[in-house]
Design a binder for this molecule. Sequence first.
Ligand code: CA2
Length: 150
Amino acid sequence: MGGFFSPIIEQAMKRIAIINGPNLNLQGRREPEVYGTKSMEDYLDELQAQFPDVEFSYFQSNIEGEIVDRIQQVGFKVDGIVINAGGYSHTSVAIHDALQAVPAPAVEVHISNIFAREEYRHHSLLSSACKGVISGMGLQGYALAVSGLI
Ligand code: CA2
């Protein structure tokens, strides 16, 4: 046990849940000009190496209700949620409400810059339930979100 002036700082392992929404299972395989060529699986290995003291969980679903279920499942246990709800970001009151309902802070990530794309992507229903938003930084956006949460 460290005393008052002990140089040993005990740091609890942080738990971060990453949640990806519809079509993000295609990451690295389609539309490389927008989303890049790296798969999410390869990127998650890099993220773990970048944050060895963080315990990550990863969940991807194309189904809105499953994303709501996952937020409720992890939202009372983890230290933070990184969410890219894909197309549901622009439509889902249910995902907004789930993020609002749980104590874990969330950061919304978009791989592409949603403000430089079609008008219907410019607004996210989730942002007001999140601590912050990162858009347009590619997959690196997930690492930036983790930095902001820990
Ligand atoms: O830029 C983002 O991360 C988005 O959340 C991605 C969504 C899009 O609907 C949002 O407006 C912005 C689309 C996910 C589709 O993901 C793909 C990834 C790679 C290849 C094909 C689709």
